[in-house]
Design a protein around this ligand. Structure first.
Ligand SMILES: Nc1ncnc2c1ncn2[C@@H]1O[C@H](COP(=O)(O)OP(=O)(O)OP(=O)(O)O)[C@@H](O)[C@H]1O
Length: 271
């Protein structure tokens, strides 16, 4: 479990994250929603220590992770893998080498320079690709794959780090509905089977409702909603998006919502 306390991040006059306090239990599957500029990416980047906070604390196992330096900071970043909207693969490199990049933090500079990977790591990378249904793509160049396949390679690279937490920043924003479903199914399965915490920034309500056990809504840097998908009514969504009475859920939905949610009753949504 980790606890975010009074987290603030300012960019000049702009407060991107404004006194956010949230507890994240172990093995959680959480969706963060909110309109563009609400502070979702900045929050995830602070969690992973890619961006510094202006003030506040993130407590984990008795330590404030915002104070970690050097090897301790790198160890935290290993425990806390990040997935991005644009996949961030090395396009001209083959798939398996991209996945092996997930081990960079624990390898020597020399072995990295000469692309020398232990046999065990190569087998593990292929096993992870197999788990994600793309083992046959292993020898191909990353840029020869579809967007959905590339995002699964990025997930495989994250799993190579054996992280406790996966932070996914708009992981399906560049994908068509079918590939978005495959990627979200993969993240949910990783959570269910491995007990890893998954925190996803999502810009569509239906995806958050369908895949997450808890939804956090941000508006102007603040947390304005924190509850179950069932509590995320149209009225609550209207508050999060700062919309008027003419707020339409369709504007924040993909076709994923049209699919039946596995093992759940259809969501009852009322204003
Ligand atoms: N490096 C930066 N320099 C200046 N301002 C920034 C920087 N990063 C973010 N911001 C500002 O902070 C606010 C929050 O941005 P952030 O990207 O966290 O929002 P978001 O909810 O993730 O939006 P989106 O879905 O569009 O990515 C925005 O007003 C943004 O312009």
């Amino acid at each position: 479990m980790f606890e975010i306390r009074s987290l603030i991040r300012k960019f000049g006059e702009k407060t991107a994250v404004d006194k956010v306090s949230v507890s994240i239990p172990d093995a959680a599957m959480i969706g963060i929603i909110g309109r563009s500029g609400a502070g979702k990416s900045t929050l995830l980047r602070i969690l992973n220590r890619m961006t510094d906070a202006t003030s506040g604390e993130i407590l984990h196992e008795g330590r404030n992770i915002l104070s970690l330096r050097g090897a301790d900071k790198r160890a935290w970043q290993c425990d806390c893998a990040m997935i991005f909207q644009q996949f961030n693969l090395v396009p001209r490199m083959d798939v398996v080498s991209n996945v092996l990049h997930g081990t960079l933090n624990r390898r020597s500079t020399l072995s990295t320079m000469f692309n020398l990977y232990p046999q065990n790591d190569i087998h593990r990378a292929i096993d992870i690709l197999d788990r994600l249904g793309i083992a046959e793509q292993a020898p191909k160049r990353a840029d020869a794959l579809s967007g959905g396949q590339q995002q699964r390679v990025a997930i495989a690279r994250a799993l190579m780090q054996d992280p406790k937490i996966i932070l996914a920043d708009e992981p399906i924003a560049s994908l068509d509905p079918m590939n978005a479903t495959i990627v979200m199914d993969s993240l949910r399965r990783i959570h269910d089977e491995d007990g890893r915490t998954v925190i996803c920034n999502l810009h569509t309500l239906d995806t958050a409702r369908r895949y997450c056990d808890r939804v956090i809504g941000m508006r102007d840097g603040r947390v304005v909603f924190d509850g179950s998908p069932e509590q995320l009514t149209t009225g609550a969504a209207r508050d999060i998006y700062g919309a008027g009475a003419d707020f339409s859920e369709a504007a924040t939905s993909t076709d994923i919502g049209a699919l039946e949610k596995p093992g759940r009753q259809p969501d009852l949504v009322s204003a």
